[in-house]
Ligand binder design. Structure first.
Ligand SMILES: Nc1ncnc2c1ncn2[C@@H]1O[C@H](COP(=O)(O)OP(=O)(O)OP(=O)(O)O)[C@@H](O)[C@H]1O
Length: 287
């Protein structure tokens, strides 16, 4: 007998979000994310990525459409601690005096009673989460005393302490060195292999084909979504980024090298598209 299929990790259907000032940041956005995947959320500044995260977290209401998380409505999923949000650095007050271990303990709040008294299992979860992101020795540090990469790891540890099945990461690589980025990617892969869902907004286009199974392209709505191989194409990226995409074509390569190379760069790591063997035009998609 076949096992019944797992519910979709995230299903967003025809979602429109209008802020109180009347600005519609997302219109009729639809996409799905299966469980056990890392999905990139890609788009220019102001295209609606954070708005999508806020709608998934129930911070802003959708004026139209529906969102389901592991088959549950958002409010049910939040109640069951299924979803965690790792915020953009700019959204955090780093001057707030709080220790690293206290930030990670916040991930346990949903598992505690109203008095928020941490029990042995909460301390154990915090310890395990800090160890997993390599931050155990920083547990007594003030959060404001950490580097950008260390801060990201602490917020990821908070999501792990929560044992969230769906983790939303808002630009986790901004201000992070390549070594830390690689360490975060390794961790995300391990979490994917445990069957969790990671939705990651990023401007590091070059890293997307490397570690994201799927991609959602956003520009005030969802333009395209699906396996990265099919979605993350030069044509789709041009639609998504329009004039702001820096697109260089390097030609006249030496013999034996790809005959044309396009560098598509939004911000940080560029996305490299190698040319066809006859050297006439760049092939879309990573190699
Ligand atoms: N609270 C708000 N009230 C009104 N408009 C908002 C609000 N928050 C965001 N917006 C607007 O909604 C649009 C989408 O913003 P959003 O923050 O979702 O973009 P983003 O894709 O996350 O951008 P970035 O890459 O810069 O983080 C923008 O035009 C923004 O100015």
């Amino acid at each position: 007998m076949n096992a019944s299929p797992l519910p979709l990790g995230i299903a967003v259907t025809d979602v429109t979000v209008t802020y109180r000032n009347g600005h519609t940041a997302l219109r009729d956005a639809s996409f799905t994310v299966p469980t056990g995947t890392i999905t990139a959320l890609v788009g220019v500044n102001g295209s609606g990525k954070s708005t999508l995260f806020k709608a998934i977290m129930g911070f802003v209401p959708a004026s139209k459409g529906s969102i389901s998380l592991l088959g549950m409505a958002v409010h049910q999923a939040l109640k069951r601690n299924i979803v965690a949000y790792v915020p953009q650095s700019e959204d955090v007050d780093w001057n707030f005096p709080v220790l690293v271990e206290d930030v990670v303990m916040m991930g346990r709040y949903g598992h505690m009673n109203m008095l928020r008294l941490a029990r042995a299992r909460d301390h154990a979860a915090v310890e395990a989460a800090l160890a997993r992101v390599g931050m155990s020795e920083f547990r007594k540090r003030q959060i404001g005393e950490l580097s950008g990469g260390q801060r990201k790891r602490v917020f990821l540890a908070r999501a792990l302490a929560q044992d969230a099945r769906i983790i939303l990461l808002d630009e986790p690589f901004t201000g992070v060195d390549v070594k830390t980025e690689d360490a975060i990617i390794q961790l995300l892969r391990a979490l994917r292999d445990e069957g969790r869902v990671m939705l990651v907004s990023t401007h590091n286009l070059g890293s997307v084909p490397e570690f994201c199974d799927r991609t959602v392209l956003v520009k005030g709505t969802v333009l395209a979504y699906g396996p990265t191989r099919e979605t993350f194409t030069q044509a789709n990226l041009e639609k998504t980024f329009g004039g702001v995409l820096r697109h260089f074509v390097l030609e006249d390569a030496p013999p034996g090298q790809p005959q044309a190379v396009s560098l598509i760069s939004d911000d940080e790591r560029p996305f490299v598209v190698y040319g066809t063997d006859d050297g006439t035009k760049p092939a879309a998609g990573p190699r």
